[in-house]
Design a protein around this ligand. Structure first.
Ligand SMILES: Nc1ncnc2c1ncn2[C@@H]1O[C@H](COP(=O)(O)OP(=O)(O)OP(=O)(O)O)[C@@H](O)[C@H]1O
Ligand SMILES: [Mg+2]
Length: 353
C-alpha cells in the first residue's frame, strides 16, 4: 500500500501501541572544503547543510505487532528508533508509545520499552553478563521473584546456561548478542526496538536470535520494530514492513506485496574452470557482472532451476550459488521514488535543531 505523507491506514479496535505522526529530526551540519584553504574560508563564511535524517514519518503499530523497518544506509531507521525511545528530541511531529510522549522519559514508559542496537554494547565487558543483569535488576527495580523467573526464561529461550558467568569480552559475537538481548529484556518490556540485532552473526546465531525474538513477542504480546539488512530476518519475523528512504516512509504494507514485486529474478554467482566469453553468458540471462572466470547473472525466478541446469551442462562451471537479491538492491529497485535528493544548503543564520 502506497501512502502519502501523514496518512495511515484506517484501523478499528484498541489504540495503537505506537503512534507516529509527521515525525522529523533534522540536523544542521557545517560544510567545509578540504584543506587549509577550506578551513580559512569556513572562518569567514560558515556554510551549512540541512540533513533531514527523519523527514515526516507517520505510522501506527498495534499491540503485539512486529514490523520490519527497512531502508538503505542512512535512510533514517536508527534515528527514528532513537526518537521513539526518547533518546533524541524531534525537530517536528509527534509520537506516542503506549500512550506516552517518549521525550518526557517517563519512568512508567521507560520500564516498558527497550532499544537494542546490534552495533552497540550495553553490557560491561570486564564482568560476566549475570552481573550486568543484577545491575539492571536494580535500575528497573525488578522484584526478586520476577527477576528469577525472567532470568530462567531467558536462559532457557536463548540457551545461555554456561555463558552467563563468563567475562563478556571472552564470549563469541553470537553469545554476546544473546546476552545483550537478555539484559535488555529482563524487565519484560512490552515495546521492543531492535536495531540490526543480528548484524555480523553467522547464520546459526542469526536463526537463534530470530527464534528468540519470535518466542518472546508471542509469549509477552510485545510490540516490535525490527531493522535489519538481512532479508531472512524480515521474511521470518515480519508480515508487515515499513520502508523508509531519505527520512520518509515510502511503503507501508504486507511483505508479500513487496516480495511479489521484487522477486522477479534471483542472483546466480558462477565460477568457471577457465575464462568464458560474455556472449556465452548472455545466452543464459542478464549478466550483472563478469570478470573472466567469474560472473554474476540475474535469472528469472520461475526458471532459475532450469536455466542453472542448462548453464551447468553447457559451460565449464566449477561452482554455482543461487541467492536472493540483496535487500538494499531490492528496496532501491522497487521503491525508486524519493531517491537522489541531495542535502539542501541552508542559510548560515539557521540555528542547529
Ligand atoms: N548527529 C548527526 N548529525 C548529522 N547527521 C546525522 C546525525 N545522525 C544521523 N545523521 C544522518 O542522518 C541520516 C540517517 O541516519 P540513520 O543512522 O538514522 O540511518 P539508518 O537508516 O539507521 O542507516 P544504516 O542502515 O546505515 O544504519 C544519515 O544521513 C546520517 O548521516
Ligand atoms: Mg542504522
Amino acid at each position: 500500500m502506497q501512502l502519502g505523507p501523514g496518512s495511515v491506514p484506517p484501523r478499528d479496535g484498541p489504540p495503537p501501541a505506537v503512534r507516529v505522526r509527521d515525525l522529523a529530526r533534522h540536523y544542521v551540519v557545517h560544510r567545509k572544503a578540504p584543506g587549509v584553504l577550506g578551513s580559512l574560508r569556513a572562518l569567514v563564511r560558515r556554510e551549512h547543510d540541512l540533513v533531514r535524517a527523519v523527514d515526516g514519518v507517520t505510522f501506527d503499530l498495534a499491540e503485539g505487532e512486529i514490523v520490519g523497518f527497512l531502508g538503505p544506509n542512512g535512510a533514517g531507521k536508527t534515528t527514528t528508533l532513537k526518537l521513539l525511545s526518547g533518546l533524541l528530541h524531534p525537530t517536528a511531529g509527534e509520537a506516542r508509545v503506549l500512550g506516552h510522549d517518549p521525550w518526557r522519559r517517563d519512568h512508567v514508559l521507560l520500564r516498558q520499552l527497550s532499544l537494542v542496537m546490534g552495533q552497540k554494547n550495553q553490557l560491561w565487558w570486564d564482568i560476566p553478563a549475570r552481573e550486568t543483569f543484577l545491575l539492571n535488576k536494580e535500575i528497573y527495580e525488578i522484584p526478586d521473584r520476577q527477576y528469577r523467573e525472567s532470568v530462567d526464561e531467558l536462559v532457557d529461550l536463548l540457551d545461555l546456561g554456561r555463558v552467563l558467568d563468563v567475562q563478556v569480552r571472552r564470549l563469541s559475537l553470537g553469545e554476546r548478542m544473546k546476552c545483550e538481548l537478555a539484559a535488555a529484556l529482563l524487565h519484560r518490556p512490552r515495546i521492543l526496538f531492535l536495531d540490526e540485532p543480528t548484524i555480523g552473526l553467522d547464520v546459526v546465531a542469526q536463526k537463534a536470535i530470530r527464534q528468540f525474538i519470535d518466542a518472546y513477542r508471542r509469549r509477552h504480546r510485545a510490540t516490535v520494530i525490527l531493522t535489519s539488512h538481512y532479508m531472512d530476518d524480515v521474511k521470518e519475523l515480519c508480515e508487515r514492513i515499513v520502508v523508509i528512504d531519505h527520512g520518509r516512509v515510502i511503503h507501508d504494507g504486507a511483505l508479500a506485496e513487496v516480495v511479489a514485486a521484487f522477486a522477479g529474478y534471483r542472483v546466480v554467482e558462477v565460477r568457471f574452470d577457465r575464462a568464458v566469453a560474455r556472449a556465452d553468458l548472455e545466452a543464459h540471462g542478464v549478466v550483472a557482472a563478469h570478470d573472466g572466470a567469474t560472473a554474476t547473472l540475474h535469472l528469472p525466478r520461475e526458471e532459475v532451476s532450469a536455466r542453472a541446469a542448462r548453464l551447468l551442462s553447457s559451460l565449464p562451471v566449477a561452482d554455482l550459488t543461487i541467492e536472493e537479491p540483496p535487500i538494499d538492491d531490492v528496496i532501491r529497485q522497487v521503491f525508486a521514488t524519493g531517491r537522489g535528493r541531495a542535502p539542501e544548503p541552508v542559510d548560515s543564520a539557521v540555528a542547529p535543531t
